[in-house]
Ligand binder design. Structure first.
Ligand code: FEO
Length: 167
């Protein structure tokens, strides 16, 4: 069994992952409307990834004999100021998620709940990867000032991204 505190915090994180999925889906719609179909694909793949992050928590709460409680998902933004603004927002959002994950690790450690620490370690590593990928894309977008043939090339590259199921 997990403690009531961890059950609550894991359910909150489940909600945060579903909100992340929703945010990326909103970005995918915006980018498609701007004819950036490669980046729209990239954010759509991220939408799928976030759902799998949520599902991993969902299964873990159940596996530990906890209660899954689905909460309301906040409405995401639907307008941004272009592609650089999108990736700046993504980076900020992922940094926020990282801080939440770190807090969850702290709680699990303070409770000596080794299984939850091990689970959250997976999320810690995932966040390192996500932040690095997003930072790279943001740097490249800034280099080309988010426009012209450079943007065309990056958009084409972003179209190649495919969803890979997680364990
Ligand atoms: Fe679920 Fe973007 O981390």
């Amino acid at each position: 069994m997990i403690s009531k505190t961890l059950e609550k915090e894991l359910n909150n994180q489940l909600n945060a992952e579903l909100y992340s999925a929703y945010l990326y889906l909103s970005m995918a719609a915006y980018l498609s409307q701007k004819n950036l179909n490669g980046f729209s694909n990239w954010t759509k793949v991220q939408f799928e990834e976030e759902q799998s992050h949520a599902n991993k928590l969902f299964q873990y709460i159940l596996d530990r004999g906890g209660k899954v409680e689905l909460k309301q998902i906040n409405q995401p933004k639907s307008e941004w100021n272009g592609i650089i603004d999108i990736f700046e927002n993504i980076l900020k959002h992922e940094q926020y998620i990282t801080s939440r994950i770190n807090e969850l690790v702290d709680i699990a450690m303070s409770e000596k709940d080794h299984a939850t620490v091990a689970l959250m370690q997976w999320y810690v590593n995932e966040q390192v990867e996500e932040e690095a990928t997003v930072s790279d894309i943001l740097d490249q977008l800034k280099l080309i000032e988010g426009k012209g043939s450079g943007l065309f090339m990056l958009d084409r590259e972003a179209k190649q991204r495919v969803f890979k199921p997680i364990n």
